[in-house]
Design a binder for this molecule. Structure first.
Ligand code: ATR
Length: 268
């Protein structure tokens, strides 16, 4: 059977094995998909060993997405824009690196949540690796404006500057985000670190959506605040399943149906 893994640290909590098992059943593909815990500093060795022993593909999660970018001998354009790799696959003897996170977010926003974002105002909170991976895919939706707001203002400005050619994008401090956004995406790690995310009032336009790229309890503080401010709120479980579906497509040439998988994970 073709072998796949998700590499991370920690990785025990990863829901990817369950997601890919469901995709495999649904599409009739015969694969194994396991967790691979790797120590910091040991990523390249462990990943090379996995592929040398016949492994076909890997998902890469925190904290190794930049290591995976460095390891890949070839990269897709979207991996290049993200500066990070979450999907590896053996192609013609070389390790190809892709990044499906941005596509997964956009698919959850547009196909699952039904948002039409052309001409709308989008606020992206955070300017770290998670934020960087979704800037180009969000700009590809042709929003009227994408504001990237970060606690460390300079990082937001640098990120906006790096993508200036891809659309209307500005960087700001968290205290000066502006108001009236149709979509606010939380890509900070504040809640996973157990820290409060201090946000100004007036962020949400009428009918706005708040989206946290984390899922489960980690997403609650931001989403509860957003709901209290009148926004529709969604965690990132749909993004997790959609980025997995993009990886599965790259590996197996088949795009799984995601709605039933998202529903099953929510119910579990
Ligand atoms: P990741 O790859 O998950 O994005 P990262 O590169 O460490 O991780 O970035 C974390 C992001 O969360 C950054 O934008 C960080 O803001 P700073 O650049 O100012 O550090 C943001 N962040 C983390 N804790 C935060 C907090 N308590 N309040 C606001 N932003 C926070």
């Amino acid at each position: 059977m073709d072998r796949y893994v998700v590499i991370g640290n920690p990785v025990a909590h990863s829901r990817s094995p369950e997601i890919h098992a469901r995709f495999a059943r649904q599409t009739g593909e015969s694969i194994t998909y396991e967790r691979l815990l790797v120590e910091p500093g040991d990523f390249a060795r462990a990943a090379r060993e996995f592929f040398a022993s016949g492994g076909r593909g890997a998902n890469v999660t925190l904290p190794f997405k930049v290591d995976a970018f460095a390891l890949a001998q070839e990269r897709t354009a979207r991996a290049g824009q993200a500066g990070a790799v979450n999907t590896l696959v053996m192609r013609g003897g070389d390790i190809l690196g892709d990044n499906t996170d941005g596509a997964g977010l956009v698919r959850d926003l547009t196909a699952n949540l039904g948002l039409a974002l052309a001409g709308k105002r989008i606020l992206l909170l955070g300017a770290g690796g998670a934020a960087r991976g979704v800037v180009a895919p969000l700009l590809a939706l042709s929003p009227a404006m994408l504001v990237i707001a970060n606690r460390t203002r300079e990082r937001a400005r640098e990120l906006a500057h790096a993508f200036a050619a891809a659309g209307r994008v500005e960087g700001a401090g968290l205290e000066a985000t502006g108001e009236g956004f149709d979509l606010v995406v939380n890509a900070t790690s504040a809640s996973t670190r157990g820290e409060p995310l201090e946000l100004p009032g007036g962020l949400f336009a009428r009918g706005a959506t708040a989206y946290d790229m984390a899922y489960g309890d980690s997403a609650l503080p931001f989403l509860e605040g957003a709901r209290a401010a009148g926004a529709r709120a969604s965690d990132g479980l749909g993004m997790l399943v959609e980025q997995a579906a993009e990886s599965f497509l790259l590996w197996r040439g088949k795009r799984p149906e995601t709605a039933a998988v998202i529903a099953a994970l929510r119910a579990a």
